[in-house]
Design a protein around this ligand. Structure first.
Ligand SMILES: [Ca+2]
Length: 216
């Protein structure tokens, strides 16, 4: 077994280095509950009636993934827009985190989204930006998650730079029927592994090692 262990070590390094989530606090645990304060994420909101925010970090089982488990998630409060049809402005919210000095290559962005039956906004989406330009998009406007958190993901190619993971609710409004919220949780941005020469060598060595031992 002696010859096998170094190779396993190499293989482990190759696989895990690529699977690392590049985002800090992906589950929003570091948030100040019921606020727009998080050390790693920015949450830009509006206050359509001057009091209630369009979104906040919410510490509640219905706001955190998996659905019904205690924790913190991002609560989109579309109903704050034009509340009760009273003519208030529409509700807008933007959540984002930047990953600086990202290497060129393909990335996978995944997240969990939960939409209640009557959540109403002109647009809801998650996008990946490279130095301010969109390189990937998942439009959630017409998505129905059946009231439960559901995982979504997409891939995008980057030539490197600052990657911004961004989620937006555009022009949310009061449907005057409950339930009518939406939530985000558990984001992940990972580099898609490339089959490098190094990894191929390790794999070849791993495959050959038992054969060599048997011949001795
Ligand atoms: Ca969470």
């Amino acid at each position: 077994m002696k010859s096998l262990f170094p190779l396993l070590g190499v293989l482990f390094l190759v696989t895990t280095s690529h699977a690392q989530n590049l985002l800090q606090d992906p589950s929003f645990d570091a948030s100040t509950p019921n606020s727009q304060t998080n050390p790693f994420w920015t949450l830009d909101v509006t206050f359509p009636d001057g009091v209630g925010s369009s979104a906040q970090y919410q510490d509640a089982p219905w706001a955190s993934n998996p659905t019904g488990t205690p924790g913190v998630g991002v609560w989109l409060k579309a109903f704050e827009g034009n509340q009760a049809g009273g003519g208030d402005p529409l509700a807008n919210a933007t959540l984002y985190q930047d990953v600086t000095e990202a290497a060129a290559g393909e990335y996978t962005l995944s997240f969990f989204y939960r939409k209640e039956a009557n959540f109403s906004a002109a647009n809801t989406y998650v996008e990946l930006l490279e130095d301010g330009s969109r390189i990937g998009l998942l439009d959630l406007t017409e998505v129905d998650t059946g009231g439960l958190f559901e995982q979504f993901s997409f891939n995008a190619n980057s030539s490197g730079g600052t990657l911004r993971v961004q989620a937006k609710m555009v022009d949310g409004f009061d449907a005057q029927a409950n339930p009518q919220s939406a939530m985000f949780d558990d984001f992940s941005l990972t580099a898609v592994p490339e089959p490098s020469g190094f990894a191929m060598l390790a794999l070849a060595g791993f495959a050959l090692a038992p054969l060599r031992r048997r011949k001795r």
